[in-house]
Unconditional design. Structure first.
Length: 216
């Protein structure tokens, strides 16, 4: 069984087509702080470490988004908020770096991590599990193999949903900040208006040498 063959071609095509380039996806071999699953020898430990690493990846990017947007209205001109020109699945690591928070760069990094993970757990498929009896070993091996097959699809679905949620957050957060600023300004206006009314209340209802309260 080849897990990599079960990867959604549509998912990969959509992400790669954003760069205008089609072709084989190259797995990266460099160490990252999100791939601690490569140090795990059991599938279940690797599974837990992978999802923890993917969670850390998106949390880090979300934190960077808030930092950039909170920096002021010029965030749209910030090179790290937008995808570098000509970015594709082969050059994204060099062009995007660690600080870029564009959806394209983050999606490519997440896809890369996902594919490395699939390749890693595929290597575990078929290995006989340790058990006191042959029957127990076969049962545990079959159970684990079934879990690996399910994980190939489940991990992809989770990644797709997370990329979509990240993209929505990246677009919505600036609007949220602008809304907060508007509310803050309206509050200031309300307080200033209250001060004006308080000052106006000190004026007499009738001025000296006048016979009417109305202005003519």
């Amino acid at each position: 069984m080849k897990i990599l063959k079960q990867i959604s071609i549509t998912t990969i095509a959509v992400i790669i087509s954003m760069t205008g380039i089609y072709g084989g996806y190259t797995l990266f071999a460099d160490d990252t702080k999100y791939d601690s699953f490569l140090e795990e020898s059991s599938f279940y430990s690797a599974q837990s470490a992978y999802h923890s690493g993917m969670n850390d990846l998106f949390n880090d990017k979300i934190s960077k988004v808030t930092t950039i947007v909170d920096g002021g209205d010029g965030f749209l001109a910030n090179k790290n908020f937008n995808a570098p020109g000509g970015t594709d699945n082969k050059s994204y690591k060099e062009k995007c770096g660690d600080e870029n928070v564009s959806t394209l760069c983050v999606a490519l990094e997440a896809m890369d991590l996902y594919l490395v993970y699939l390749g890693y757990i595929e290597g575990m498929y078929g290995a006989i599990e340790d058990a006191p009896t042959i029957e127990e070993a076969l049962r545990k091996t079959t159970q684990r193999n079934d879990a690996i097959e399910d994980e190939a699809d489940n991990a992809r679905r989770v990644m797709e949903a997370t990329v979509k949620a990240y993209d929505e957050f990246r677009m919505a957060y600036p609007v949220h900040k602008k809304f907060e600023e508007t509310i803050k300004n309206l509050t200031k206006y309300k307080l200033l208006l209250k001060d004006v009314r308080n000052e106006a209340s000190h004026f007499p209802e009738e001025f000296i040498d006048t016979t009417s309260k109305d202005c003519e």
